[in-house]
Every structure is written in C-alpha cells, then in structure tokens.
Design a protein. Sequence first.
Length: 119
Amino acid sequence: QVQLVESGGGLVQAGGSLRLSCAVSGRTATLYTMGWFRQAPGKEREFVAGRLWAGGSASYADSVKGRFAISRDNGKNTVYLQMNSLKPEDTAVYYCAVKRVKVDFWTDWGQGTQVTVSS
C-alpha cells in the first residue's frame, strides 16, 4: 500500500505563488510515475503535471506550462508542485497521485488540497 498526503494549499492573489507538497509513504519501491491533477467546481478532474518517479523530464498541461514545476525530494519521498504566476482559473482542488510499476492507471491518490486564486 501507498499513502499520499497533500499540503500547502491556500488563498493567494493572482500573480502569486504556492508550493504544494505530497508526502508519500508505504511501498515506494513499487512506484513508477508521479503526478498532480486538479478539479475545479463543476468540472472534471484534469491532469496538471507528471514525471517518472525515478526522475527525468516532466510533462505538463498546456494551461500550466512555464508556470508550474513538478519535482521530488528523494530523501523525503515528497513530491512538490511549484506554482507561479497563478491565475483565477487555477482555482481547484489539487490532488497528487502515483502509478505503480506495470500498472497503466493512477493507482493511489491523496485527499486533495484546495487552492484558491483571487483576482
């Protein structure tokens, strides 16, 4: 089993920054991919950013390219999402998720953290 706990959400003005954290515990040796998703009110959950657990290049939704960055602190097994130049349309509940090795879907999810960007 793998457990994910997000933190770092909050209220920020447009143009500001936030860094979300996702503490990952449990069988981390089975992990292959890490990612961040978000869900705004009345909308479907959407992919924001992702990267291989072991490292390498990241992929981003077009709406956040150049503003958001996903990373991992290897020593702490913590996944981060640095969000800069925030816009009101970034307001959503943000979730971290992981895929396990040889599994083609996101297997484990955090509980979510609210990000609200005021104009």
